[in-house]
Design a protein around this ligand. Structure first.
Ligand code: ARG
Length: 268
């Protein structure tokens, strides 16, 4: 099943990240209890949010309606998501759901996809270029979100408060959220993210966000969804070591690095 493959793909991203880390007895093992000890599970460490307030956040679902990734409406018929969410898929198999906070409801609209663009340099999430643009079969009547360009370097300054949104799992390896959740996380400096992830973190293509102590993060199923700062899409949820682990922030595709290509897809 396509769905199983998608789940496997998410896990491979996690596993891939884990394998690239130095496994010196304590690092990966000691990160685990931190993840499991979280008391307020949502996104991880988040709260309920509404698509009335965030009309441009959407989710990707299978033809049977199963949510597996997030996305952002950047033009009436264009959705930015992660390449690892769409790679290998045929457009006819993907649904984009807008305006639906509760996955168990029928609120909002379900659009079909006419075209999937995947960054031509994409290979795996940890190698960068984890960007995909979907062309929908119709214009959606929801507000769009502007995306960061090369003029927006200020939004990537360490400590900038950013919003994460999604319907993904509320703990690493846990179950997905029924409702849209949100949380705030600070942008992490590239120096600090390199300390966490070594050469798997590529500063030109990625940006990290999260608290040093962990506790708040995107997680499996949030991929493709937005990292928002200054009213703009600055990142696309991509990968991380576990979720919400101390010392391991979430890693996002750096949208400003792909602005020209995203704009070209909007104009296409
Ligand atoms: N790869 C995951 C997905 O496909 C997203 C992981 C984000 N991880 C993190 N620690 N922020 O949904």
């Amino acid at each position: 099943m396509a769905e199983t493959l998608r789940r496997l793909r998410s896990w491979l991203v996690v596993l891939g990240a884990a394998l690239l880390l130095p496994v010196s007895g304590i690092s990966a093992a000691s990160a685990q209890p931190t993840t499991d000890s979280g008391v307020s599970p949502m996104i991880v460490g988040g709260t309920r949010a509404s698509t009335s307030q965030y009309p441009w956040v959407v989710y990707l679902a299978t033809s049977s309606g199963s949510q597996y990734c997030g996305g952002t409406l950047v033009a009436p018929n264009k959705v930015v998501t992660a390449a690892h969410c769409t790679v290998g898929d045929s457009a006819s198999a993907v649904r984009v759901v807008a305006g639906r906070d509760d996955k168990n409801s029928t609120a909002g609209v379900v659009a079909r996809v006419n075209k999937i663009w995947i960054h031509p340099s994409y290979r795996t999430a940890t190698q960068g270029y984890d960007v995909s643009v979907l062309t929908l079969d119709r214009n959606l009547n929801y507000a769009t979100l502007p995306f960061a360009t090369s003029a927006d370097t200020g939004l990537y300054a360490a400590g900038t408060s950013a919003t994460i949104l999604g319907w993904g799992t509320t703990s690493s390896g846990g179950s997905a959220s029924r409702y849209l959740l949100k949380a705030s996380v600070p942008v992490v400096s590239s120096t600090s993210c390199t300390s966490s992830y070594g050469t798997s973190y590529k500063s030109a293509h990625m940006v990290c966000a999260g608290y040093t102590q962990g506790g708040t993060d995107t997680c499996q199923g949030d991929s493709g969804g937005p990292l928002v700062a200054g009213g703009k899409l600055i990142g696309i949820t991509s990968w991380g070591q576990g979720c919400a682990s101390a010392g391991y922030p979430g890693v996002y595709a750096r949208v400003s690095a792909y602005a020209t290509e995203i704009q070209a897809q909007i104009n296409a």
